[in-house]
Design a protein around this ligand. Structure first.
Ligand SMILES: [Zn+2]
Length: 178
């Protein structure tokens, strides 16, 4: 079993930090890299192989995952919207992938149960409509998890102080799936 972990956006935020908190300056690229490395740690600890790649070049991310013949693909992001009230966790999978949907459900419920975030549910991305590049262009069951909202005060605190819990929840989601 090999899991490909893709922290979203670009290393060190160059050229793209992803979402940034107006209030604290917390950057999505830093949160998701830290969580991704911890997910790797916890999966390796139970004998699951991993690869981690954070890159602005999504083509590179997908072809690397496909070339490595990874069994699962997990992209990690933080959500953000204008309204400071939106909060919670959501996990996306690609239309037509029942394994992707199952993996999304396992990760979603682990995060919601253990972090206490609002459950926004698992969501289906349909290529050509609301497709997500990394879900459409990877060959294995793939999910994109939006951990929480960096634009919400309570969620932002979780993203800042509870990265280890997010990582443990994702790793447990993977073992639940297996
Ligand atoms: Zn993102």
């Amino acid at each position: 079993m090999k899991v490909f972990i893709n922290p979203g956006h670009a290393p060190n935020g160059v050229p793209d930090p992803g979402a940034v908190s107006d209030v604290t300056g917390l950057r999505e690229c830093d949160v998701v890299l830290s969580v991704g490395k911890l997910v790797e740690h916890y999966l390796n600890a139970v004998g699951i192989e991993t690869a981690v790649l954070q890159s602005d070049e999504l083509y590179e991310v997908c072809s690397e995952a496909n070339n490595l013949d990874a069994d699962l693909f997990i992209s990690i992001h933080c959500n953000s919207v204008e309204s400071p009230y939106a909060e919670g966790t959501e996990t996306w999978y690609c239309a037509g992938s029942s394994d992707g949907k199952h993996l999304a459900e396992c990760i979603q419920s682990q995060i919601v149960d253990h972090l206490g975030t609002v459950d926004r549910g698992v969501k289906m991305a349909t290529p050509g409509k609301n497709g997500l590049y990394v879900l459409t262009n990877t060959d294995m069951p793939a999910v994109l998890v939006e951990l929480a909202f960096i634009s919400n005060e309570d969620d932002e605190k979780l993203l800042r102080f509870n990265q280890d819990e997010f990582a443990r929840a994702i790793a447990r989601g993977v073992t639940d799936y297996m």
